[in-house]
Design a protein around this ligand. Structure first.
Ligand SMILES: Nc1ncnc2c1ncn2[C@@H]1O[C@H](COP(=O)(O)OP(=O)(O)OP(=O)(O)O)[C@@H](O)[C@H]1O
Length: 465
């Protein structure tokens, strides 16, 4: 496939692989674009950690291993970070168990409704709902529960914090260059779809469905480990001293050491069907209720490779449930084959060109074609700029059917133990994915139709039983 453009080189640098017990670093998205970064302070680059420049007023809270938060939570290790927060493993010294503490940035410009939405979803469990295509009895357990919420104040402001059950990590981390066994892949896809069905039935769009936001619970025995036993099993935190490029001493805004996140989980090929019951769809930071609030396409923050095309071509129109279905379609494809359907770290123009190659130019809406084929470079890189057909040479991507054969099936064949999909199942998968990846949002399958699709009914949902 075509290699990344030079323009994306910086983004790729942010995504390099880190130390072995640790996870591949996450790309934190630039939610800080509205904040004024202090360009006078730069830090020496450290692989696999959050952007250190964001330890400033209105940014991340500086946290160190062994810090005590809220008189109760002792920081044990780092679990991850995103554009809005850092996430830590902590020992709840009152309740004597482990929690994940999500410490938000303090920016007042970015109010976060995640705890409120998660609570509303959990509370809605008791509300009677119309009969659904698949039982959602335990779909709510596929959402993280907020255990405690509090604020911490520090040199960078006041940060909303909440505690959640710690998970072993995301499907993305589990599957780095690895494949889920075929039954597990089916069950994960089904469980994820039922979680989305539950959210949609309660009137919410998740807005950020991708495999970094799909976590897997830890075994219940994890809580039995003392901190000392935990360190014996997983090692000491991977810390790297932070230093300034100008050689000046650090201010209080930034911690003395960066911590590379720890992955506590199994590798994809070691997953069993039992593990799939612990799937958690997390990160409700982009969630919204289309009936009561507008989320315009231009404000969509999901990574470009998972973003529904209407968010790009109709940036001033409100998004709704179909945008989740598109992202869910790309996530299911990745679960099955651990290959992107559209490549990450590309420009939006290249990604749309790939979508057209894979899904067929004849399916591309006429109402977007004029914009797509326009000439000229005006406002190409402005926020909300409409994608434009690349004029430089690029490799054409194969159609959906060929991509499934050459990337998903071929890859699975090379790892015999993973298992390949038979002809009839392949046809049903492709029919489902095509229905989820229709360019026009109004033509895309609904989540109920996804759950009633042949592949879900015959192959995926039965694996959950
Ligand atoms: N409960 C948890 N247990 C273990 N790891 C977690 C947990 N919650 C989050 N993480 C890790 O932290 C990462 C970032 O979390 P999350 O996506 O919730 O942060 P965010 O700041 O809202 O990110 P984004 O920029 O994607 O909106 C996840 O990809 C995951 O690896």
């Amino acid at each position: 496939m075509k290699s990344g453009l030079i323009a994306n080189f910086k983004i790729k640098l942010l995504c390099v692989f880190s130390a072995s017990r640790r996870v591949a670093s996450r790309c934190s998205r630039p939610h800080f674009s509205t904040m004024s970064l202090n360009p006078s302070i730069e830090y020496q680059w450290i692989d696999g950690v959050e952007r250190l420049e964001l330890y400033q007023s209105a940014g991340y809270h500086p946290v160190m291993i062994n810090d005590m938060l809220h008189n109760r939570y002792r920081i044990v290790d780092k679990l991850g970070f995103g554009g809005y927060s850092t996430i830590w493993l902590a020992r709840d010294e009152t309740a004597k168990h482990y929690v994940a503490v999500k410490i938000g940035i303090s920016s007042p410009a970015l109010p976060r409704r995640e705890p409120e939405i998660l609570r509303a979803l959990h509370d809605s469990r008791s509300n009677p709902q119309p009969p659904r295509a698949a039982p959602d009895a335990d779909a709510c357990t596929a959402l993280p529960a907020i255990i405690d919420a509090f604020d911490v104040s520090g040199p960078n402001g006041t940060h909303a914090c909440y505690t959640l059950t710690p998970a072993q990590g995301s499907l993305k981390e589990a599957s780095f260059s690895r494949l889920f066994p075929i039954k597990v892949a089916r069950a994960l896809a089904a469980k994820l779809a039922t979680a989305v069905a539950f959210i949609h039935s309660r009137g919410f769009v998740h807005g950020d469905i991708h495999l970094r936001n799909v976590l897997v619970e830890l075994p219940s025995t994890f809580d039995e480990l003392s901190v000392q036993e935990f360190r014996g099993k997983y090692g000491e935190p991977d810390t790297v001293p932070i230093t300034r490029v100008d050689g000046q001493p650090l201010t209080l805004n930034v911690p003395a050491q960066a911590v590379v996140p720890l992955y506590l989980g199994k590798k994809a090929q070691e997953f069993t069907l039992a593990d799939t019951h612990g799937l958690l769809l997390s990160d409700f930071g982009e969630a919204f209720s289309p009936a009561t609030e507008q989320r315009l396409g231009r404000d969509c923050n999901i990574p470009l490779a998972k973003r529904a095309p209407e968010a790009l071509f109709e940036p001033n129109e409100p998004l709704s449930y179909p945008s989740d279905i598109w992202s869910l379609g790309t996530a299911i494809w990745e679960i099955l084959g651990m290959k992107f359907i559209f490549s990450e770290s590309e420009t939006q123009d290249e990604i749309v060109a790939q979508q057209i190659d894979v899904l067929g130019s004849h399916n591309f809406p006429e109402r977007w074609r004029k914009q797509w084929e326009r000439l000229g470079e005006e406002q190409k890189y402005a926020k909300g700029a409409i994608p434009q057909r690349p004029t430089s040479d690029r490799d054409t991507w194969p159609s959906l059917e060929i991509a499934f054969e050459e990337f998903v099936q071929e890859y699975r064949r090379k790892r015999e133990a993973a298992g390949t999909f038979e002809e009839e199942e392949t046809r049903a998968i492709l029919e489902l994915v095509r229905g989820m990846l229709r360019f026009r949002p109004e033509e895309r399958l609904t989540i109920d139709e996804v759950l009633r699709s042949e592949w879900m009914v015959k192959w995926a949902l039965p694996q959950l039983e």
